[in-house]
Design a protein around this ligand. Structure first.
Ligand code: IPM
Ligand code: MG
Length: 385
């Protein structure tokens, strides 16, 4: 068989991927430092409801944020901006993961609170466009996906720093079907990309008084990209002599998270995109599932805070969206407040949420009319502030 035409076509596509990624490297090199929210006259918080149960739960988190920030809003220091176009219907209609009008509106904000958005896959009624999450992370260069998991009574206190713009996700929708039998996807790792996530993890560890950062890869097998990820982490670690860096492989790490003796030793974990995606779902399960966890996507100019669960379209079809659990998006709101410099309000909200979810538990959310509505739960949280 002569495959030269197919190989040439694939090489052309590969060349395009390389050009695009090298441009990205140049952009990272030219990047400015983190934005300073204190120096801003006004902080604009964008609110993206998303799909399915998204608008219902996001509205409740927004209500709580507005309650906590009412003085700042009155003074003009904080402004909310609703962004309504990030729905699967609109994305499908324009055939883009992030419609241009949505991108433009996002860029008028400093931080974004985001509900879940539907990610189409092969066989869905929707066109198989890229995930809106992934597109937003790339478009706004939100390179650090920060996911805390805490179960105090079991000694679990983990903060995951998942690299958010590279790995298998960087060009996840641009793999190549070379022939009917051969398909190739790409995994991207850059020096700049790894350095900034490693530094973010170590800086956090230093500020939070942590003593260990754990790098998770599969560098024994994926020798180039994971190998480089690990060696850049080791380089960065030299700037933090008081913090120990240890290195684990993803397979044994998924096992050790289940080991009650070992797991309490992990503190801050830094890892490539896909391992971070998988491990943070496992980790959140100890805390009560992904529905209980918040997620911050942080870049130097923008940051986005989201619920980490899906959009649950069936709940909407069955008219149950008013009973959807707002805990994950409220956790995300805690991280948002902390990020823009309102640490006291963040702490107050976190404590109120802990009382409602774990300590007092006067209301329960069951996802149907046997439990509280999202609005009732939000009222309950606000009554504890
Ligand atoms: C997450 C989600 C996303 C991801 C999906 C929805 C694309 O699983 O935020 O962890 O894989 O990053
Ligand atoms: Mg995930």
């Amino acid at each position: 068989m002569d495959y030269s035409a197919q190989i040439q076509e694939a090489q052309k596509k590969f060349g395009e991927v390389l050009t695009e990624q090298l441009k990205r490297v140049e952009k990272m090199k030219a990047e400015k430092d983190f934005i300073d929210y204190k120096s801003l006259d006004k902080i604009v918080i964008g609110v993206v409801g998303g799909d399915g149960i998204g608008p219902a739960i996001t509205a409740q988190a927004e209500r709580i944020l507005k309650y906590l920030l009412k003085d700042e809003m009155a003074r003009g220091k904080v402004e909310f901006k609703e962004i309504t176009g990030c729905t699967i219907e609109h994305r499908a209609e324009v055939g883009k993961a992030l419609p241009d009008d949505v991108t433009e509106e996002l860029k008028q904000c400093h931080v974004i609170l985001k509900g879940p958005t539907t990610t189409p896959r092969q066989g869905d009624p929707w066109p198989n466009i890229e995930s809106a999450n992934v597109a937003m992370r790339k478009e706004l260069d939100l390179f650090a996906n920060v996911r805390p998991v805490r179960v105090p009574e079991e000694g679990i206190d983990w903060t995951f720093y998942r690299e958010n713009t590279e790995g298998g996700y960087a060009v996840g929708s641009k793999g190549i079907n070379v022939t009917d039998d051969l398909a190739i996807d790409f995994v991207v790792q850059t020096h700049e990309g790894t350095e900034r996530i490693a530094r973010a993890a170590f800086e956090y560890a230093k500020k939070a008084g942590k003593t260990r950062v754990t790098c998770v890869t599969k560098a024994n097998v994926i020798k180039t990209t994971d190998g480089n990820f690990l060696s850049v982490c080791k380089e960065v670690a030299k700037d933090y002599p008081d913090i120990e860096l240890d290195d684990w492989y993803i397979d044994i790490m998924t096992a050790k998270l289940v080991d009650p003796k070992r797991r309490t030793q992990f503190q801050v974990l830094v890892l490539p995109n896909l391992y971070g995606d998988i491990l943070t779902d496992e980790a959140a399960e100890f805390q009560g599932g992904v529905g209980t966890a918040g997620s911050a996507n942080i870049g130097k100019r923008y940051a986005m805070f989201e619920a980490i669960h899906g959009s649950a379209p069936r709940m909407v079809q069955e008219g149950r969206d008013i009973y959807a659990d707002p805990c994950s998006i409220i956790r995300a709101s805690v991280m948002l407040l902390e990020h823009i410099g309102y640490a006291d309000k963040a702490k107050a909200l976190e404590e109120a949420l802990d009382i409602c979810m774990y300590k007092e538990k006067k209301l329960t959310i069951t996802g149907r009319d046997t439990g509280a509505t999202s609005a009732e739960f939000a009222d309950y949280v606000m009554s504890k502030l």
